[in-house]
Ligand binder design. Structure first.
Ligand code: AOF
Ligand code: ZN
Length: 376
């Protein structure tokens, strides 16, 4: 790969990002066509409603100028018939001589097929590696996870003090982290299809859980409250602001009268029964996959954080740390419940990354090591 290749690939990544919240449950993809003289003659990015893949949009813009040129794309071009004909056919028909791609398509239906078919057509294929490949992979990590498992990628987000506390015993108003960290969280909500909290958090915080990034999105952020007994107050802000974007995950133990009340408010409920009257989070996550939800973030309290981690549904953590210490045995830890009783039994994390947020603030991103021990 040349410096020019890297430059154009970076541009495809920027283009792909223009599809944020507009492409799911399909991938974020950007493409650039460069003619044989090294000039950009076409570009495109994917949106689900627009249907046409990024490569096709870029080729359409380039027209005849694509002949003999190169196509840069943030994701391996598809070699299959889906909602559209295969992009490899469009690339071959356009007479492109070279394709440079930032990441393989880990969608099992597609993986590797695109490159193979392009090479079979006599087109030179260059696969990126290093930083750019990692960034491109990361851009579609939820899509890849969803394509592989049929389930959304689940990210647990929390804002904590340096000693891991999320709430003080005597007041629960205001925020732990700064405005900069909260702006990050809004961007994160924007990148997700759904968000989950628990009834306890709604009762304590009267949270809204909306995407307030002010950026466009194809589907509203689906707000989900896990509420086994349907105790959700009808005058809570989350219920009052519901506009087809609120779902209650409940159990069959909830009273009929409460169920009828939410039915009369047109708020959908789904039953996911687990032992001890709890909401079955694994079943919820699986069901969300059938609803074409590719990413779920969890923003909740100690109890549900534990339930989600112990239940093995969390794939990834994003922890925002504030330069504060609360201390005390009465303040709430990020993860409550009974916890693991031995150090050897601790939940393990890997691939940690520290993300700078503001002066004296950072976030830690980490992936949950899937262990047999998390399966009850
Ligand atoms: C996209 N946009 O720009 C590219 C994709 O039939 P579809 O449209 O649902 O897409 C089938 C697959 O094509 C998709 O899952 C992905 O693996 C691959 N490439 N998809 O939506 C694009 N280049
Ligand atoms: Zn395609």
């Amino acid at each position: 790969m040349t410096a020019a290749d890297r430059h154009w690939l970076r541009e495809t990544l920027a283009l792909a990002r223009r599809g944020r919240a507009l492409a799911s449950p399909n991938p974020l993809v950007g493409a650039v066509v460069v003619d044989s003289a090294g000039r950009k003659v076409g570009e495109g990015f994917y949106t689900y409603e627009g249907r046409k893949h990024a490569e096709v949009l870029a080729l359409e813009e380039a027209g005849e100028a694509a002949r003999g040129g190169a196509v840069y794309v943030s994701l391996e071009p598809c070699g299959i018939h889906g909602r559209t004909p295969p992009c490899v056919d469009a690339l071959a028909a356009a007479g492109v001589s070279r394709v440079v791609a930032a990441a393989r398509d880990e969608n099992p239906e597609v993986d590797g097929v695109g490159y193979e078919r392009l090479r079979a057509c006599g087109i030179e294929v260059v696969e990126a590696d290093g930083e750019i490949a990692a960034e491109a992979r990361r851009l579609n990590e939820a899509f890849f996870h969803y394509a592989r498992t049929g389930k959304p990628l689940v990210t647990l987000k929390a804002a904590v003090t340096l000693d891991g506390k999320i709430a003080a015993p005597d007041d629960n108003t205001g925020w732990i982290t700064s405005a900069a960290a909260r702006a990050h969280v809004q961007q994160m909500r924007h990148d997700h299809d759904a968000i989950l909290t628990g009834i306890g958090t709604v009762q304590a915080d009267d949270c809204l859980l909306t995407d307030r990034s002010a950026l466009p999105r194809r589907r509203p952020l689906l707000r989900i409250v896990a509420d086994s007994l349907l105790r959700l107050p009808v005058d809570s802000r989350i219920v009052e602001s519901a506009a087809g974007d609120l779902l209650i995950a409940t159990t069959s133990a909830a009273r009929q009268a409460r169920r009828r009340l939410f039915e009369s408010l047109n708020i959908p409920m789904e039953i996911f029964d687990a032992p001890a009257g709890r909401v079955d989070l694994s079943a919820l996550v699986e069901w969300l996959g059938t609803q074409r939800i590719a990413s779920l973030m969890i923003e909740t309290g100690s109890k549900l954080n534990w339930g989600a981690l112990e239940g093995g549904v969390v794939d990834k953590l994003l922890l925002y740390y504030a330069p504060k210490i609360l201390g005390g045995l009465d303040s709430l830890p990020m993860v409550g419940g009974v916890g693991r009783r031995t150090r050897a039994g601790a939940l393990l994390l890997e691939n940690l990354k520290i993300l700078p947020v503001a002066k004296d603030e950072f976030a830690v991103e980490a992936y949950v090591v899937k262990q047999a021990a998390t399966v009850p």
